[in-house]
Design a protein around this ligand. Structure first.
Ligand code: IMP
Length: 178
């Protein structure tokens, strides 16, 4: 294991297996519908690509960028959502989010999508850190609940690095920049 990774939390195989399990629920709930899946950039790119390929209903795909002001590992609660870039009016929207931490991103995004006229908004999250929650939101579909630790890999970064790792690991605190 590389020195920057303190512990491998989820292997590639575990992630693949769990996404397939969660997809069973999503496929059941969206049967006969054609939702708009919105991947949240940049962290959810890997997860979203794997998720949509195990969904068995027709869908539209879009991505948007959500950023929170703050340092690289601490959320400030102020979320900026770039323009959605597609029409969400009367659509069933399924947000694909890499991780729900404080919950501010999901809360802001859900509010904006409903304001733009979405018919329904649900979230399929790869990871959830419930201990860190500051606002009352929950994923409708969640692959893994994880402890309060800063994780990297499978799309998730620290300061722009580690996104291409095939697994999810805990960042070695020695690698946190002062
Ligand atoms: P929230 O608004 O605090 O729920 O934060 C969600 C966003 O913070 C995620 O989409 C990630 O981009 C980022 N984030 C939160 N925790 C982690 C982590 O452990 N590793 C990498 N990014 C994280």
């Amino acid at each position: 294991m590389e020195d920057f990774c303190q512990e491998i939390l989820l292997t590639e195989e575990q992630i693949k297996k769990r996404i397939a399990e969660v997809a069973v629920d999503i496929n059941r709930d969206y049967k006969g519908k054609k939702p708009l899946v919105i991947g949240v950039l940049t962290g959810a790119v890997v997860y979203c690509s794997d998720l949509i390929r195990v969904l068995d209903f027709p869908l539209e795909l879009a991505f948007l960028k959500a950023s929170s002001y703050g340092s690289d590992s601490v959320s400030s609660g102020k979320v900026v959502i770039n323009s959605i870039g597609c029409d969400v009016k009367d659509k069933d929207v399924l947000i694909a989010e890499d991780i729900i931490d404080t919950g501010y991103t999901l809360k802001s995004l859900t509010e904006i999508l409903y304001k733009e006229g979405a018919k329904s908004v649900k979230c399929a999250a790869l990871l959830d850190k419930p201990e860190r929650r500051e606002v009352d939101v929950a994923a409708d579909y969640c692959c893994f609940s994880i402890p309060d630790a800063f994780v990297i890999g499978y799309g998730l970064d620290y300061d722009g690095e580690y996104r291409s790792l095939p697994y999810v690991g805990i960042l070695n605190p020695a690698y946190i920049k002062k």
